[in-house]
Design a protein around this ligand. Sequence first.
Ligand SMILES: [Zn+2]
Length: 557
Amino acid sequence: MLSKNDIFKLFKYLTFFFYFSAVYQFLCFVNNVSGFLGLRSAFYLSFIWLVPIVLFPKYTKIVSAFIGILLLITSLFSLGYFILYSQEFSQSVIFIIFESNMKESSEFFNTYFQWWMSIVFIGYIYVAFRLWKCLEPVSLNYKGRIFITLLSSFLFIMPFTKPYISKGKSYDYALTKQLNNMESSAPWNLIVGYMDYKEVLASMESLLLENSKIKPLSNLVSKDKDSTLVLVIGESTNRNRMSLYGYSRNTTPNLNKQKDDMVVFNNVYSPRPYTIEVLQQALTFANEKNPDEYLTKPNLLNIMKQAGYETYWITNQQTQTKRNTMLTTFSKMADHQVYLNNNKNQNSSSYDEVVIAPLNKALKDTKYHKKFIVVHLIGTHSKYAYRYPSKFSKFTDSKTAKKLNDSQTYKYNTYDNAVLYNDFVVSEIINSVSSVKNPAVMLYMSDHGEEVFDAEDRLVQGRNEASPTSAMYTIPFLIYANKEWKQRNDFEQLKNYTNRLYTSADLLFTYCDLAHFSFDEFDESRSIINKNFKQHSVFIGDPEKKSKLRDLVKEPF
Ligand SMILES: [Zn+2]
């Protein structure tokens, strides 16, 4: 059917087509930005370009030249973006380009563009040209053409068929897999990225429109005339893995030193083990009993703006993904946004210290007397080894709490290293807040915990609501205030409240209390720092299954 010579010729075509995705994917892989998957997907997807080659044997050179030019142009977007920013190209990049930060993007471009990059591009195009020159006309018999067409099509739709047919997953799940895979290679990086961007944008715009129709709070009074409020949202950090909370390894040396200046709450739990689901409650009036109130009542951003605060959203979480829609929508409600992580996958690195510079810029902004700044970290999200620079790789021995195999020990250690790095970042944020001239206060909490072989009765890692462990919900929750804030407020008094059992679903009340707001719907009994705090239920679980909710007041971990 295919002679050795045919195979060799086809292989050269394949190499030519693969080249346009391989260079970029290889750079991502060796720079630890993403795993091997992108390289592999791009290779399989490159087969599809063999179809026009075998179907039009008379025009192989010209057809391959056309395909090559298409791939070259589209691949330059990903490659150029990677060389400039060391991040993957994704729908988030398209979001940034089309949305707000055009000016900032061009500033960034000017800072990062170096003359040698033009040489890289010329070299890149030259290699492509040499590969094209090596191509020879290939003419297959009837069977050969059918074989190549079937094989290429099979490989192209494999990301869809594998989960859909052999694993019985849903059509939507399989389609998402297919599109995700396609994003790894040119020209689909642009096509799929743009489609995704438009889809998410449409749902975001409708959410924003709905939000704009919500009635503001009645009788909101904001007492402070000048204050800076910082809310730091961490990620996947179990407080029991922080030495600040008594963990045996010294994973929080910096926070330990700052302990006297903080109020460290040691009995706070997240209602759910998933970012979006938690923040839909923590930043709004919604809770486990009324999970949809985030759509019908003002959220913390709305409230801050109503109270006259200038609002900022600085994030090192992925800018725009389908799942992140609500999060990006929250961010769009702020007056200023800084998106620092445009990677396609959570399994990509963008170290959290990138938030410090834009935070300092916002803190020093003297135009406004009242500021509310949200800092959203990627924290200790898996894969843990992507979360910290190598100098934070301190815990490497096998003396872990339990008997673990090599791969489990690796995860256990890299998690602790990620906590160590998170300590550095949170502590740096505190240092920044301490230097603010007017009263400034910061609240740090993790969105939820993470199970990394902590459970007594089984060896599990990750998060799963259907099989909950305490580590998935156990979060750090602490407040830091600067000197000026302490002069006006009784900070020491708050230290009496650190043992209160509390859910981060009620964060809004604590935060509004911290900001000295009063309004009709304010429920002081739901604020962990209020003298009239009452013990309410601390529910965990999926609010769709109300009867299955577990109340930690009655049924503690
Ligand atoms: Zn999370």
